[in-house]
Design a protein around this ligand. Structure first.
Ligand code: AMP
Length: 423
């Protein structure tokens, strides 16, 4: 088989690495990829959102399967375009990807199907939003309706902060058009988990449990980011909680999508807050979580191409999924300033020392090759991902490798896994 992976982050590196390991696969391409993906796939200089060029490439190169990593091409309809041309693509179509592309759409679907989530109001008008805010008070969460790379959410301790957030999103457009519509939502307290599953529109096949770290700094301080680290399994997801999430969230959601005549096949990822009143949905994503995908791919024993095929062909009820019994952890190394402004083009040192690393894989995210050396090319630069007998062992191994890498301005969190480790 010939497989094309679309995207250029740590998620796509781990997917390409896992796809490369399939005995069914002869060639892997990645568009546009990065300096690490280059070691497992042939890079194709086409942007992830240039759907017409990607489809043309897939036709010309007779690609058997395209795997779309990020959400933006999904919300732009990459699956619809590929399917219209008779090309196989793993990932939901445009109507399915609205689950991630519009928070108001998803909240409405959740409410109509009695799936537990925070109470909320959706607004197109700043004055109306502020009236609602004064009714419900603070703490409160203000969210841009559209895609904002995981950053369009402002948790507000006071009504004044929330008023400012509404103004900045709706009038100041700090998140561009994503903030033209907003959702104001009840503040939920608890522990977050990522419940990631595959679905073919009927069957839900959950992946191993995982958790990520959204905040930039140790102790869950600082601004929200795309994710600074992750691990699997997540001890908080007991058998009871797992069953409850399947029964109260995943299965009703798949049924709701189907009832709404949405043909949803691909990854269904529920961001969950485990509150004292039970689990509640924070958001849905239409793709693998990044960084969660990185430790998950390290633990996945099944052939991922078989799983994706079963999803596309609506045969998910026929397949089993096998995991390495060990734990895995990923430490994200980021460029100074992220999630705000950061520099690009800084040389990265120490990667050669990890070339033959036995404990895990250094997945690349924002990297590029310049004159033969690897330089930074994004906010999240590397995902140092290790296996271990326990989460503590996996985390220790990831940090051992992390200490061999350096560049000017590099930072990372020192407490990945703290919830699982009880520290
Ligand atoms: P979202 O993109 O909606 O998942 O929001 C990003 C992050 O903001 C979440 O992972 C949480 O850490 C935080 N967050 C979102 N909604 C809420 C909420 N209702 N209560 C508390 N924290 C929230």
């Amino acid at each position: 088989m010939r497989v094309l992976v679309v995207g250029s982050g740590g998620r796509e590196h781990s997917l390409a690495w896992k796809i490369r390991a399939s005995p069914r696969v002869q060639r892997v391409y990645c568009a546009p990829g990065n300096a690490g993906i280059e070691e497992v796939a042939e890079l194709v200089p086409i942007a992830a959102d240039d759907i017409a060029s990607l489809a043309r490439f897939a036709e010309e190169q007779e690609i058997d399967l395209t795997v779309c990593g990020p959400e933006v091409p999904l919300t732009l309809g990459i699956a619809d375009e590929f399917h219209a041309r008779g090309l196989r693509l793993f990932g939901p179509n445009r109507s399915g990807a609205r689950l991630e592309g519009s928070k108001a759409f998803t909240k409405d679907l959740l409410r109509r199907n009695a799936i537990p989530t925070a109470y909320y109001g959706a607004f197109n008008d700043a004055d109306e939003a502020k009236r609602y805010l004064h009714e419900v008070g603070a703490p409160i969460v203000v969210k841009a309706d559209g895609l904002a790379a995981g950053k369009g959410v402002i948790v507000c301790a006071t009504v004044k902060e929330a008023e400012e957030a509404i103004g900045e999103m709706m009038r100041g457009r700090i998140f561009g058009d994503a903030g033209a519509h907003i959702v104001i939502e009840e503040f939920l307290e608890g522990e977050e988990v990522s419940f990631i599953a595959l679905t073919d529109g009927k069957t839900v096949l959950p992946l191993a449990s995982s958790q990520d770290h959204k905040r930039a700094l140790d102790g869950d301080r600082g601004p929200n980011t795309g994710g600074m680290g992750a691990y699997t399994p997540a001890p908080i997801v007991s058998k009871d909680l797992h069953d409850r999430l399947m029964r109260e969230v995943m299965e009703p959601m798949v049924a709701a999508l189907s009832a709404a005549t949405i043909d949803y096949r691909g990854v269904l990822y529920a961001g969950i807050m485990v509150t004292p009143n039970g689990p509640k949905v924070l958001e849905f994503n239409a793709r693998f979580g990044d960084p969660e995908c990185q430790p998950l791919m390290l633990r996945l024993k099944s052939d991922i191409v078989d799983l994706m095929d079963a999803c596309i062909d609506r045969r998910l009820h026929e397949v089993q999924i096998e995991w390495d019994e060990r734990a895995a952890a990923c430490v994200v190394l980021a460029a100074g300033g992220y999630p705000g402004d950061y520099e690009k083009g800084t040389p990265i040192h120490g990667l050669d020392r990890l070339h033959d690393w036995k404990g895990g894989v250094v997945f690349h995210a924002g990297t590029a090759r310049r004159n033969g050396s690897v330089v930074t090319n994004g906010g999240r630069v590397l995902g140092v991902t290790a296996l271990g007998d326990t989460i503590a062992d996996a985390v220790a191994e990831a940090y051992r490798a992390t200490r061999l890498i350096e560049w000017d301005g590099m930072f990372y969190r020192h407490d990945i896994g703290h919830r699982a480790l009880g520290v």
